[in-house]
Design a protein around this ligand. Structure first.
Ligand SMILES: C[S@@+](CC[C@H](N)C(=O)[O-])C[C@H]1O[C@@H](n2cnc3c(N)ncnc32)[C@H](O)[C@@H]1O
Length: 394
């Protein structure tokens, strides 16, 4: 049954504006803003597990306080697995978001070294984890790290593009939650031979999945000047995209990261070399995104994950640059409006059916202490979505 905004009781915890007219609330739907003690349009949920929520946060905060906990607690991890350990970005905020999801399987689509996954399994004993990554080395590291959780963990090698097929193959059923922590992990950047770093000499590689055919060398030496300029502008908002593309085309063939990094530095105007970090940072990021088709895969992966969430299930996405965040925002907005195109503040007449609501309209950024402590977190933005029951006519 649909209810009008004016009929929502104060006890439901909805904050102004109460469900906007363009988004009529369904009986039983949860408030967008009443996060910690959430309500429905019928009233507050009696006995909402605030204690579980608090103990979860307590655990997360304790883990954050001991930042080197991974290495100290697990000296038995192999050197390769140790190399994959890093402080997971916005771990407290991610756990806060997933503390509200129902028991059942949670998908970590970017399990990496298992940092977020470890904390989630530790503080939510009633959830199981399906961890995916396209990098075999990351899967081996998370396999070791998550071994104490036994059969609560299933790890599979998969890119976002194959996420649906892989989840079907293990018959996982509706998801209680999902997490995407986008981009590369520190160990991928730190190993010079993987070719991601503009600060270390290595081959022009940048493949997250070393079995993939296309590498950075193919992009740098094979793309036309126009295509290269598009890659720099679209993937990383690089203001000197044209200049960098021209310099590369004139200097190729190029085979190593050091030469490319120097070339980019020389190609940008002197004033651009003085601000905003290393001048090659954005160009390397753009090439990496192209090699791994990161933006194309993100959109389809998110679509699959949202579709597979059960009502009440929650999804969290950490993105690290504006191109990624635009895609996440767009996908989440589409799920929250059902693609409704009706004028704002007028009742929806187009028959769109929202799949989800967004507990916060804007994304969250890390706390200043975390940004100071962990430079990887500086550009992070966390967006969260909750799946709702889809009622009403199709
Ligand atoms: C930032 S790391 C994740 C770190 C992890 N949350 C942790 O706490 O250890 C991102 C991981 O996602 C993987 N990845 C990135 N894009 C992917 C894609 N399209 N498909 C599958 N895995 C991807 C990378 O290989 C990398 O291991």
């Amino acid at each position: 049954m649909q209810v009008r905004p004016s009929t929502v009781p104060r006890s439901a915890g909805w904050e102004a504006p109460t469900p906007p007219a363009c988004h009529p609330a369904w009986l039983g739907e949860t408030s967008r803003w009443a996060l910690a003690a959430r309500g429905t349009v019928e009233g507050r949920i009696a006995g909402f597990p605030t204690n579980a929520f608090r103990s979860c946060l307590g655990l997360a905060k304790r883990a954050m306080a001991d930042r080197s906990a991974n290495k100290k607690e697990r000296p038995e991890l192999s050197r390769a697995a140790q190399a994959f350990q890093h402080e997971p970005v916005m771990a407290t905020e991610v756990l806060e978001a997933l503390a509200l999801c129902p028991p059942g399987p949670v998908l970590d689509a970017t399990v990496g070294g298992g940092g977020h996954a470890f904390r989630l399994l530790e503080c939510r004993p009633e959830v199981t984890l399906v961890g995916l990554d396209r990098d075999g080395a990351a899967l081996r590291a998370s396999g070791e790290k998550l071994a104490p959780f036994g059969d609560r963990v299933t790890l599979k090698r998969s890119a976002f593009a194959d996420l649906g097929k892989v989840l079907d193959s293990i018959d996982v059923g509706p998801l209680s939650g999902f997490l995407f922590d986008l981009g590369v992990s520190s160990p991928q950047i730190d190993l010079a031979e993987r070719g991601f770093s503009y600060q270390k000499a290595g081959p022009l590689d940048m493949r997250m999945d070393p079995q993939q055919a296309m590498s950075a060398e193919d992009v740098v030496n094979g793309y036309s000047e126009v295509e290269l300029a598009r890659v720099f502008a679209e993937n990383a908002d690089e203001p000197n995209a044209g200049r960098i593309a021209k310099a590369i085309v004139q200097a190729r063939p190029l085979y190593d990261t050091e030469t490319l990094s120097e070339l980019v530095r020389a190609a940008v105007p002197v004033r651009a070399r003085r601000r905003g970090g290393h001048p090659a940072k954005r160009a390397f990021q753009a090439i990496r995104i192209e090699v791994n088709d990161e933006l194309g895969q993100l959109s389809s992966g998110l679509y699959e994950a949202i579709e597979r969430l059960r009502p009440g299930g929650r999804g969290a996405v950490l993105s690290y640059h504006s191109g990624e965040d635009r895609i996440v925002k767009d996908r989440f907005d589409r799920a929250a409006t059902g693609g409704c195109k009706c004028p704002p503040r007028l009742p929806c007449v187009c028959g769109a059916r929202p799949l989800a609501f967004l507990p916060r309209r804007s994304g969250r950024t890390p706390r200043p202490e975390e940004m100071k402590r962990n430079s990887r977190s500086i550009s992070a933005r966390l967006r969260v979505l909750e799946r709702i029951e889809t009622l009403g006519p199709a």
